[in-house]
Design a protein around this ligand. Structure first.
Ligand code: TYM
Length: 336
């Protein structure tokens, strides 16, 4: 082993809930950073199936979506040789730590969560205790691996603050045990908006499919969705965050081409929305195409995906067990 290999890299953990086909929002807010961070960090990437059941799931669909998500992680550049890719329910320490942390979490801390408030207002009858305590499970996911940083989109920031609070609380109550994780949120693309209502986040569960660019959409579908995207009044292609529709399309063009906002403004100076949308459609379709093709290839190989996920769970389980054992000891649970 060389000297470099001996140096421990900082750790990151992140996850995605397998409740639908992943969108360009997941790519912009999370997966893009995930793949770029693989060189400099020890990476744990998780399919959050335990989180998925806070809303009712058909078991067969959940099984399929779990494998779909694993295939999409790899298609988006996650290399299972370098990163630990695993399914959350395969590592029981996640639920075990959740209990301990739940006993340190105030009711008010969970009820203040914006995502909980939004989801519980939308359908009161489906509010369950799991939905309420979901951020505690997320804290466990992160703290078990002693993550230094957590690459996520903007909507997860509040959940991460709770993870930090719980880490500090446990450390102060007992003794230093957990790393206090930092959020790692991209400067551009942390919140990709719906194409039909740019005041709302693009979400895989949106009823209106034309609001969302799925990573499995064909070139034609992508171009059409962007062509029909809602834009603001006016005609200038200027990156003004108040013009949410155009700002969102500029962000997607930046994501797909790597061009800066300034370069994009210059490129489209004096040109109309129609021409701009056609260019965005082409760029996004070209950007997604190789991912979709790789995904389709991988999705036909269940055996390979399962092998990767089993190996990942073994590796993740070893790290998680070490942390949980410290936590149990410090909490006062006897071990013989
Ligand atoms: P989830 O599955 O809703 O989203 C996964 C990741 O994608 C980001 N994201 C977006 N980013 C920009 N624009 C969008 N429109 C967009 N939509 C989604 C999210 O911010 C997130 O980073 N609770 C988490 C999953 C989770 C997790 C964790 C994350 C479970 N345990 C531990 C980090 C660490 C969730 O439901 O994300």
């Amino acid at each position: 082993m060389t000297e470099n290999e001996n140096i421990k890299k900082p750790v990151i953990l992140s996850g995605i809930t397998p409740t639908g086909i992943l969108t360009i929002g997941h790519l912009a807010g999370a997966l893009k950073n995930w793949s770029q961070m693989q060189n400099d960090f020890d990476c744990y990437y998780m399919i959050a199936d335990l989180h998925a059941i806070t809303a009712r799931q058909k078991p067969a669909d959940l099984r399929l979506r779990t494998l779909d998500t694993a295939a999409m992680f790899i298609a988006c550049g996650i290399d299972p040789e370098r990163s630990v890719l695993f399914i959350q329910s395969h590592v029981p320490e996640h639920t075990q730590l959740t209990w301990v942390l739940s006993c340190l979490t105030g009711m008010g801390e969970c009820s203040r969560m914006t995502q909980f408030k939004d989801k519980s207002q939308k359908s009161e009858e489906s509010v369950n205790v799991g939905l309420f305590s979901y951020p505690v499970l997320m804290a466990s996911d992160i703290l078990l691996y002693q993550a230094d940083a957590v690459p996520v989109g903007e909507d997860q920031k509040q959940h991460l603050e709770l993870s930090r609070d719980l880490a500090n609380r446990f450390n102060n109550l007992y003794s230093p045990t957990f790393k206090v994780p930092e959020p790692y949120i991209p400067k551009i693309g942390a919140r990709i908006m719906s194409l039909q209502d740019p005041s709302k986040k693009m979400s895989k569960s949106d009823d209106n499919q034309s609001s969302v660019i799925y990573l499995t959409d064909t070139d034609e579908v992508i171009k059409n969705k962007i062509k029909r995207a809602v834009t603001d009044s006016g005609s200038d292609i200027k990156a003004n965050p108040e013009k949410q529709g155009i700002y969102n399309l500029i962000t997607l063009y930046h994501l797909s081409t790597g061009k800066s906002f300034e370069e994009i403004e210059i490129e489209f100076e004096g040109k109309g929305y129609g021409e701009f949308k056609a260019a965005v459609g082409n760029a996004v379709a070209g950007f997604i195409r190789p991912l979709r093709e790789k995904y389709e290839q991988l999705r036909h190989d269940d055996k390979l995906l399962k092998e990767i996920l089993m190996t990942g769970a073994e590796k993740a389980g070893r790290t998680a067990a070490k942390t949980l054992s410290k936590v149990y000891k410090k909490t006062g649970f006897l071990s013989f």
